[in-house]
Design a protein around this ligand. Structure first.
Ligand code: SAH
Length: 396
């Protein structure tokens, strides 16, 4: 068996690792045996000398991301077995062979015990995004495993790691196909058609985490005036229009996103007089809205907090945008409001929205709490992984 460099933990620091927490911080490390570079595989050893886990070496204070708690050779067969396992999970929740839904997340970071890796599937194309040098270094092995495990369902794998690797390490790497090539990419989600541009789109191309929340919106949309704010390529809008909304307005500051939103509305055959897709800044748009113009509003802003340092500013941002929407929504209206900031937990988000209700002077009932779907699992020992929080509010 290969001998890997070892990091020896300080006394007591083995406790979270024994509970399968997937991260080691530099402050927990007593000493390092060998000279592991960023991205190298290291074994984590307790102060008593016992093996605990194996992971990838990271730069900075988050020193190691752990991907197994069982001592073993880390080779192609190991990564194949990891991909096989995530595939089986998606199979068991009905996503690998679903004729109505052809897009889903195959690998979700810590939630799938593969910290540093995201893989989203769009029909026969998989998009891989590495958030660690360790995962980026083995991208070809992972891509080959994905194709092999899928048994013909996935025929292309696109590596879209350049932005995440640059942000993390400052290194410049290029995106490109690891397997196959790309044609036009169109997927189905709960029977609705969506065009996805994985190359120029945000993240891997589509926000798969809102699949079930979009389905829920459909229940409230019939005969209503719906505003899909921060609408990106029109995910919520397609569901709203399909459910029989009178009017659906999709608003986003990104012109390329709105162009695809327009395309998606056409693709699903809606009457052009029932929808509009608008490039605008959220605050400016809401400011000019009339009171009562919309019965149903979706607010799904980008992550306002990227780290703990920006959290209090982010909470102010959530409060402001929610107060503005609450002040304008029709009496008896329904607001779907979300935060996808990992460092803003459910309690903090609910408090910010409560403050917004006070600011708006409206009576508000929480009628549902929303989260992310089963292809975005949360490691119970790393609950920060539950990044998507949502509330459905009934506004008097
Ligand atoms: N709800 C969408 C995903 C939203 S992601 C879906 O289901 O697909 C957040 C979106 O907010 C992005 O499309 C981004 O372009 C947009 N955005 C960011 N800042 C904005 C602003 N100030 N005003 C309007 N849209 C903004």
């Amino acid at each position: 068996m290969t001998t890997y460099p070892q990091i020896i933990l300080k006394p007591g620091k083995e406790v979270p690792v024994l509970r399968f927490h997937p991260w080691i911080f530099s402050g927990a490390i007593e000493k390092t045996i060998g000279k592991p570079a960023e991205g190298d595989i290291v074994e984590c050893i307790s102060s008593a000398g016992n093996y605990l886990a194996t992971g990838h070496c990271m730069p900075g204070s988050l020193a190691v991301k752990l991907f197994t708690f069982k001592r073993q050779e880390i080779n192609d067969a190991f990564w194949y077995s990891k991909i096989k396992e995530v595939w089986q999970v998606r199979h068991s929740v009905g996503l690998t062979d679903n004729p109505g839904t052809t897009a889903y997340r195959l690998v979700h970071n810590e939630g799938d015990s593969m910290p540093g890796l995201i893989v989203d599937v769009y029909g026969n194309l998989a998009v891989l995004q590495a958030h660690s040098t360790g995962m980026h270094d083995i991208r070809q092995i992972l891509a080959d495993a994905i194709v092999s495990v899928s048994e013909g369902r996935i025929t292309s794998v696109y590596d879209k790691s350049s932005e995440s690797i640059r942000k993390m390490t400052g290194r410049t790497v290029s995106d490109g196909f690891l397997v196959g090539t790309l044609g036009e990419c169109e997927v189905l989600e709960n029977g609705h058609r969506f065009h996805v541009n994985v190359v120029t789109g945000q993240k891997t191309g589509f926000f798969l985490d809102q699949r079930e929340n979009r389905e829920l919106l459909a229940r409230y949309a019939k005969d209503k005036h719906v505003l899909n704010m921060f609408g990106y390529t029109g995910g919520f809008s397609v569901y709203g229009a399909s459910a029989g909304a009178k009017v659906v307005h999709t608003v986003d500051s990104s012109a390329p996103a709105i162009a695809i939103a327009e395309k998606n509305m056409k693709l699903n055959g809606f009457d052009a007089s029932a929808y509009d897709c608008i490039v605008a800044d959220a605050r400016k748009y809401i400011e000019t809205m009339e009171f009562g113009q919309y019965d149903v509003i979706v607010l799904d802003p980008p992550a306002y907090a990227k780290n703990v340092a920006s959290r209090s500013q982010a909470l102010k941002g959530y409060r402001t945008i929610n107060a503005m929407a609450l002040a304008k929504i029709k009496s008896g209206g329904v607001l779907f409001t979300f935060s996808c900031s990992q460092v803003v937990d459910r309690q903090m988000f609910t408090s910010a929205v409560t403050a917004a209700a006070v600011d708006a002077g409206r009576q508000v009932r929480i009628i549902q709490h929303l989260s992310q779907p089963p292809d975005h699992p949360v490691n119970i020992f790393h609950q920060e992984g539950e990044y998507l929080k949502g509330l459905v509010l009934l506004v008097d």
